[in-house]
Design a protein around this ligand. Structure first.
Ligand code: AMP
Length: 320
């Protein structure tokens, strides 16, 4: 698969890299890193990263302004995006000459002349590292930093179950080859404003936990504003609720008045949750999913569905 992707990259003079809307470090690191790698290997190629820019992750790198008239002559590589409707900056993939999909989510839409989809991989950044080391693409220090940040973020510092010996081996090789100062990169990834830490304290205090092991919290616009944070940062705090004895699945609902939606961020340490979110206009991985909903009534329905998933999981696994 990697060899086929390399061949397509070699054959095309214009390459556009895209990822999902509301990007995270894996989506940004994989596209921004791959751009640098393609440019280092083939300096004459025109390579662009598209999608909205994000101020939160500006330390990962910038996106490009692209004239859509070049789409018809370009190879589009879509990273970290299982469904067509969530590709940022692309309305119709048939606008492009050719399309490759590289993703580690369970497959939703099958698109692209080459689809490298493997939901056992820790991150798309890991897949890009594999692409480089299994072909003649050249690793760069700049790309290695981006790929490291994406992988570390998606695995929550090598904590999640899809971190494997292969993950460790390839990261170790990349660090050996490029000498990135990886401990310094943690500062950008994990330093946070006091306002966010205070909100986290509020969330710990006010998390509601059901008998079946579902933890949830509703963050209205008023609460979010009182801590002087934005709805995206409150959603990002969901990762800090791991390892609570009484909680199997946990979910944050953050009201986003500007976008007229409620952001739903869900994590699990056992029950499979993505099917529930798929029923509510969302999706994701088995143990990390999300959705955008319109009303707090729908929130109640998600709470009920997730609670049932917890109950069934407890029954199946004879957990008291
Ligand atoms: P998040 O809580 O935003 O970090 O999202 C966790 C996972 O859920 C990611 O892998 C996303 O791809 C997926 N996800 C989040 N929001 C949505 C959505 N609106 N639709 C489909 N998948 C989503």
């Amino acid at each position: 698969m990697e060899k086929e992707i390399y061949k397509k990259i070699k054959e095309n003079e214009i390459i556009i890299l895209a990822r999902h809307i509301g990007p995270d470090p894996d989506a940004l690191g994989s596209t921004i890193g791959l751009k640098d790698i393609i440019k280092a290997t083939f300096p004459k190629k025109e390579v662009f990263v598209i999608g909205a820019s994000t101020s939160k992750f500006k330390y990962i790198g910038n996106v490009d302004k692209v004239d859509k008239s070049i789409f018809k002559d370009a190879l589009l590589i879509v990273c970290d995006t299982p469904d067509l409707k969530r590709i940022d900056g692309v309305n119709d993939i048939s606008d492009f000459k050719d399309v490759i999909k590289i993703d580690h989510h369970p497959e939703i839409d099958q698109f692209g002349s080459i689809r490298w989809v493997d939901d056992t991989k820790s991150s798309v950044c890991q897949m890009i590292m594999e692409l480089i080391y299994n072909t003649k693409l050249k690793m760069t220090k700049y790309a290695a930093e981006k790929l490291f940040m994406g992988l570390v973020s998606d695995t929550n510092r090598f904590l999640f179950y899809y971190t494997t010996a292969d993950t460790m081996r390839i990261v170790s090789k990349m660090i050996d080859d490029t000498h990135i100062n990886f401990t310094a990169l943690y500062d950008d990834l994990y330093r946070r404003p006091l306002s966010e830490i205070r909100l986290q304290g509020y969330m710990y205090q006010n998390l509601i936990v059901t008998e079946n092991g579902l933890g949830y919290i509703k963050l209205t616009d008023e609460i979010i504003r009182s801590f002087d944070v934005d709805p995206a940062s409150s959603g990002n705090l969901v990762n800090n609720f791991n390892n609570i004895d009484e909680v199997l699945v946990w979910v944050t609902f953050s009201e986003d008045v500007k976008q007229d939606q409620i952001r739903v961020n869900v994590r699990s340490r056992g029950p499979i949750i993505n099917k529930v979110l798929e029923r509510h206009n969302g999706g994701g991985h088995k143990y990390a999913s999300g959705a955008r909903i319109k009303t707090f009534e729908e929130m109640e329905s998600i709470i009920n569905d997730l609670d049932e998933v917890c109950l069934n999981y407890k029954k199946e696994n004879k957990i008291k």
